[in-house]
Design a protein around this ligand. Sequence first.
Ligand code: BYC
Length: 313
Amino acid sequence: MGRVNVEEVFEAKLAKNDFIEPKDWMPENYRKHLIRQISQHAHSEILGMLPEGNWISRAPSLRAKLVLLAKVQDEGGHGLYLYTAAESLGISRDEMLNALLTGKAKYSSIFNYPTLSWADVGAVGWLVDGAAIMNQVMLQRSSYGPYSRAMVRICKEESFHQRQGYEIMTHLSFGTPEQKAMAQDALNRWWFPTLMMFGPPDRESPNSENALKWRIKRETNDQLRQRFVNQTVIQAEYLGLTIPDKGLVWNEAKKAYDFSEPDWAEFKNVIKGNGPCNKERLVSRNKSHKDGEWVRAAAAAYGKKQMEASLAA
Ligand code: BYC
């Protein structure tokens, strides 16, 4: 029997749309690319708990508080699935968390903006979760099995999150003039940062070529951004809100909206660590990590005892 060429097996799997699984051979750059993207994604979920968590104690009703609590808890769960998927590629949870806590790791730019009013909780759910789903639906068909399966579950929960945000925006937009003004103000502040979530324009996206070749990403940053704009304009119209972009205009020839580019200098500055809340977010995350030390120690001790008991039985 001839020797199996592992590279050919890998390529054949990609060509057939089969999943690559943790024990399969994979090129070292594919493994590193996935660790980078999945760990950044996990960090974003965990950091994403902070701007929303900021409003749990000030939610305007018990119902609103319960729904927001459930949503923030879901984000913690998403982080857990994603860290686990990244661990299957041979990196430890400690290594990833250490990179986050020391400010070395990237996480989504969007979570470095403040949530100034209850309307921001609505705008985050509607726009930020809406953008997250747009990106994550394609990731459900990502080539790495554990990442793809994590995304299936995450997408189900994200669609509930998007509804939660849109419901808040609906109440405010059809409420008093002051409430409608709050909704408009939130949209004004979150619109362009949300467009930045999709990443730099394709002409400046160094990772896209490999991501598309390996079917980690299925669509480009610009394609997803365009689809998000097309979908969201109609939702804003229903709410009677104005998207804060004078360059937004329907283009009949391309059957899509033209729109202004976000300020890419601002985006670069935020991911360098100089956004409005970068420092505050890292301080909060470090504090939570430290405060949770005894919980991790207790869970590890319990796990060890259970293991010893099962080995002795
Ligand atoms: N923020 O070559 P590119 C959520 C970095 S979770 C910060 O296009 P790629 C939610 C990028 O990492 C939302 N950095 O990269 C959670 C790269 O730097 P490195 C997060 C960004 O990977 C809780 C460089 O810029 N979603 O929504 O092909 C509550 C060049 O970029 C950003 C995910 O993570 C950014 N926005 O494409 C509510 C989805 N954009 O690593 C909601 C998974 C780019 O070379 N990730 N950079 O130093 C992806 O799909 C892709 O990684 C991205 C970027 C589309 C984000």
